[in-house]
Design a protein around this ligand. Sequence first.
Ligand SMILES: Cc1cc2nc3c(=O)[nH]c(=O)nc-3n(C[C@H](O)[C@H](O)[C@H](O)COP(=O)(O)O)c2cc1C
Length: 322
Amino acid sequence: MSWVNSFRTHEDTCRRAPSAHNTQPWVLRYADDAVDVHWDPSRALPGSDPTRRDLFLSLGAFIETCLIVAASAGLPVRPEIAVEDTTLRAARLVPAPSPYDTPFTVGSVQRRRCARGGYAPGLLDPATLTALTAFGADLRQVPARELVAPLAEADRWMFGTPAVVSELRAWMRLSPKHPRYHLDGLTDRAMTLSRIEATGLAALIAPSAYPVTSRLGGPALLAAASKGTLRYDGSVLVLIGSADTPEAVIEHGRALVRVWLALSERGLSVHPLSQLLDCATTAAPLAAQLGLAPDESPLAVFRTGRPLETPTRSARMPATPT
Ligand SMILES: Cc1cc2nc3c(=O)[nH]c(=O)nc-3n(C[C@H](O)[C@H](O)[C@H](O)COP(=O)(O)O)c2cc1C
């Protein structure tokens, strides 16, 4: 069997990579001696991610996951990252002299999952923070409580911005009866919503109700529902880097998933809070608070810690059969 065909048998594991809103924007195209990583523009989020930061971070996370999965299978593969907007190609996986050097395995990829419920109190221990720097990520730690007010503001912005809400509506699976519940998007269980909370959220953002509820304080009500998220003695990590080119953001996405896998191997979960970066009035003060240089940007924000409950395994679309 050629390495490409062998790699193809592992595509479902590669698809365990994380992506914003669990849109799984990646598309694999198999050639004789290469595997091309494209993206599906219908799975981008132009409303909440107009700069495509999260799109390219997600593609980077996917490419890194492909390399880990290939290495686990003993397949020597390396990535050539070059974004082509005309063909919607992000990278090409090509033969390499030896398998990708990584401490992670298929097991690490399968075990990792985001956790959005309660976390045990306690800051990330300094030894773990230092160990994470080995994964090529520039991370800054912020105490969770310092971001309580900015998160409330970012949530109000998120639920008050029609284009963002329209994407949430498209990607949230608020009932197990949703036809795509087991395929993609954010389920009520992944978001740790009770049946009543999920029903209330669906009612507030329904297309027929939203024009009215958004004027009558719906966004503030929804933001209030998550105000406890950061009200504990925990750690929020911010990934810093240059977002000059899509290729640079893809490399940061690779580092981001290495960090998430390293945390997961230590029994720690992550809960990304991208709205803090998507909302201009919270992103700028955060960058100022971190004292970033003009060529540095905050690229990802996530709280991390020991989850109080086992996180839900998120849905994935299966690979297309050959
Ligand atoms: C670039 C990026 C941004 C994300 N932003 C958020 C976010 O703002 N809020 C959130 O709850 N999850 C966020 N996530 C997590 C995804 O929703 C999650 O990866 C996806 O639902 C799959 O779940 P899993 O990671 O548990 O497998 C983000 C993930 C990525 C890769």
